[in-house]
Design a protein around this ligand. Structure first.
Ligand code: ADP
Length: 396
């Protein structure tokens, strides 16, 4: 039989044990929540998330498990996510680290005093380490993705260059074949017809001569571009009036303009002395004016020269077919021809590349403005010669 005294002791023991068990089960439950948190975050962090998502998840899940009011992650590069509460009574700050070291901090806030325990800190430290690894992985993936994008872009550019080279080979073959066929045809006719009158022979030889000139121009362009690329295009720069070069080229090309029924005008507004290689500069103007004539079927071509801001400017203005806005930036590229897109006139696509190379050598710039169907303006800007100019580049 149990004495009442003994009964009281038993009841106290029972109560203590019950409290103990409740405490234990509370601890077990907490432990379960913590382990669960680590597992869950481990899984989602492996899913290749971006850093903002990783930081947001880190805050959300740790606040939930620790029942904290708010949290904020600030990374060393200034990136920040989450919120801070006003006048918190408890603050827990833990480093976010990768294997390489410190990359930021997570801070949790609560209004209750003495709220965060040493066990909480341990847990946040473990989760922050996981987040650190996930952030590092995410950074590496971002770098790889960017590198991949750059490689894809380079690859697309290489394909484009390969395509341009193919177009170039077929254009050049065509450009060479046409005058050659003509030369061969007229020469064969002269040989076959022993009784051909001398005037007709003269006409035919004239045509053969013109067609040979075309061949020479194409071959010279090819050689010049190749020399320019290897830095072997020769220049002799001397101060001279720009007008002289303009007048010479306009006189020569006037015949081509006349043949197409186009007016070719010159408007020299200011005399300008420029440090130039006259052969190369006449190549520039010949290309620009010949293009203006080639791509204009009616109207006029105007060559205007003026001086402003210490530079001489030469604009070649035509009222021709113009150039599509989206193709404008490409026309100075080697081998590039708008015709490869819209197929119209003959050409090799070398002229403007050469023009830009020569203008660059003269420390100048070339710009183009164009309106499709309205015409184009190519403007060359060249520094004026200063007497005894020591800045002239060496020939090369
Ligand atoms: P091409 O031998 O084809 O004329 P260029 O390098 O001189 O080569 O010119 C490149 C391309 O730029 C031309 O094929 C043409 O499509 C365009 N272009 C150049 N000048 C003009 C112009 N005045 N009007 C319209 N298009 C032009």
């Amino acid at each position: 039989m149990r004495s009442p005294h003994t009964g009281v002791t038993d009841e106290v023991d029972l109560l203590t044990s019950k409290k103990h068990i409740e405490q234990l089960s509370e601890e077990v439950l907490d432990l379960y929540r913590q382990v669960n948190l680590l597992y869950r975050l481990g899984d989602v962090f492996n899913a290749g998330l971006e850093r903002a998502q990783i930081c947001q998840l880190l805050i959300k899940e740790t606040c939930k498990v620790l029942r904290a009011r708010a949290g904020r992650v600030v990374l060393d590069d200034g990136f920040a996510v989450g919120r801070v509460i006003a006048e918190p009574d408890s603050v827990l700050s833990v480093a976010v680290e990768t294997l390489q070291g410190h990359i930021g901090e997570i801070t949790l806030y609560d209004k209750r005093r003495g709220f965060f325990t040493a066990a909480d800190e341990k847990l946040v430290r473990a989760v922050a380490r996981q987040a650190g690894v996930a952030l590092e992985n995410s950074r590496r993936i971002a770098v790889l993705t960017e590198q991949n994008r750059t490689l894809e872009q380079l690859n697309a550019e290489l394909n484009q260059i390969a395509q341009m080279k193919n177009d170039f080979v077929s254009n050049v073959s065509h450009e060479l074949r046409t005058p050659l066929a003509s030369i061969k045809g007229f020469a064969a006719t002269i040989i076959d017809d022993v009784e051909m009158p001398i005037e007709i022979i003269r006409d035919f030889v004239g045509i053969i001569n013109d067609e040979s000139d075309k061949l020479v121009v194409i071959i010279n362009d090819l050689l010049d571009v190749s020399k320019m690329l290897s830095g072997n295009l020769n220049y002799t720069l001397t101060p001279q009036p720009l007008q002289r070069v303009i007048d010479e080229v306009v006189t020569l090309l006037g015949i081509q303009a006349d043949a197409k029924g186009l007016a070719l005008h010159v408007d020299i507004r200011d005399p300008a002395t420029v440090n130039l290689d006259s052969t190369r500069m006449s190549q520039v103007l010949t290309n620009l004016i010949a293009n203006a004539i080639k791509f204009t079927d009616e109207g006029e071509v105007l060559v205007r020269q003026w001086v402003a801001d210490g530079e001489a400017h030469v604009a070649v203005i035509d009222s021709g077919i113009g150039i599509r806005k989206d193709l404008l930036s490409r026309v100075f590229d080697r081998f590039y021809r708008v015709e490869n897109v819209v197929h119209t006139k003959e050409g090799t696509g070398l002229g403007l590349a050469l023009v830009r190379g020569i203008v660059d050598y003269h420390r100048g710039r070339i710009e183009v403005e164009s309106e499709e169907g309205q015409g184009s303006t190519f403007t060359v800007h060249l520094p004026l010669a200063v007497s005894g100019d020591p800045t002239a580049p060496e020939a090369g």
